[in-house]
Design a protein around this ligand. Structure first.
Ligand SMILES: Cc1cc2nc3c(=O)[nH]c(=O)nc-3n(C[C@H](O)[C@H](O)[C@H](O)COP(=O)(O)O)c2cc1C
Length: 200
């Protein structure tokens, strides 16, 4: 059973993984591009890599995945977060070892680079720069979005402050509009970069 089938209601019995087994915490922060629909499988893959995984989604991505959120919470064993906590509310997640923003839409990349933090995922990633939390980003944009002048500026800004941006050769390479292949999104490269960012 794939992680997505499990998240869609296929049950969580027989889980071998337990949050207490992992001391390395990966924040997997996704925005609304089609590979986000593979998040359940990626949580399982990251758990196999030894991560305790906490899933954050932009509100649009959370809407796309609304039927899977409860199950995702059950098998990640953490709440899926798409909004900020209330003032005074305790943190729902353990502290991050590393955060992986993937897939990162054109919108999320630009908001992050410009510090526009009305969304929890972007707010966390923006503050994490200043906190020195290792950050990895795998954009997912088509070639038309990529030609917009702000996109290159945003990638440069994020790289300047130390975010490992996996875009171009060795990372995500854009296709022309309508030719995207969500199944080819290089998740494995993203997870490997997260491990490397965390020191191996
Ligand atoms: C079917 C579909 C596919 C999309 N694919 C992408 C994509 O690959 N990359 C992208 O930047 N935006 C894509 N978008 C547009 C984003 O979902 C949209 O800009 C959204 O506002 C992003 O919000 P977020 O960054 O807060 O998740 C897609 C939209 C739809 C409906």
């Amino acid at each position: 059973m794939t992680g997505r089938q499990r998240a869609r209601g296929g049950g969580v019995s027989g889980l071998w993984w337990d949050a207490g087994m992992a001391s390395r915490v990966l924040y997997l922060l996704g925005s609304a591009a089609p590979p986000v629909l593979q998040t359940a499988d990626i949580v399982v893959e990251a758990q196999r890599d030894g991560w305790d995984v906490c899933v954050g989604l932009t509100p649009t991505a959370a809407h796309w995945m609304k039927d899977e959120l409860r199950s995702l919470e059950r098998f990640s064993r953490h709440p899926v977060r798409s909004g900020y906590k209330l003032p005074g509310e305790p943190d729902a997640w353990p502290p991050a070892t590393v955060a992986l923003v993937a897939p990162a839409t054109f919108n999320t990349v630009n908001q992050w680079a410009q510090g526009l933090t009305d969304k929890f995922v972007v707010g966390f990633a923006s503050e994490a720069i200043g906190k020195g939390i290792p950050l990895v980003a795998m954009p997912c944009v088509n070639a038309a979005y990529a030609r917009h002048p702000q996109f290159g500026r945003s990638l440069a800004t994020l790289r300047e402050v130390g975010v490992r941006v996996l875009y171009g050769p060795g990372g995500f390479e854009p296709n022309e509009p309508g030719r995207g292949r969500p199944d080819a999104f290089p998740w494995r490269l993203a997870l490997d970069a997260a491990s490397e960012a965390a020191g191996g």
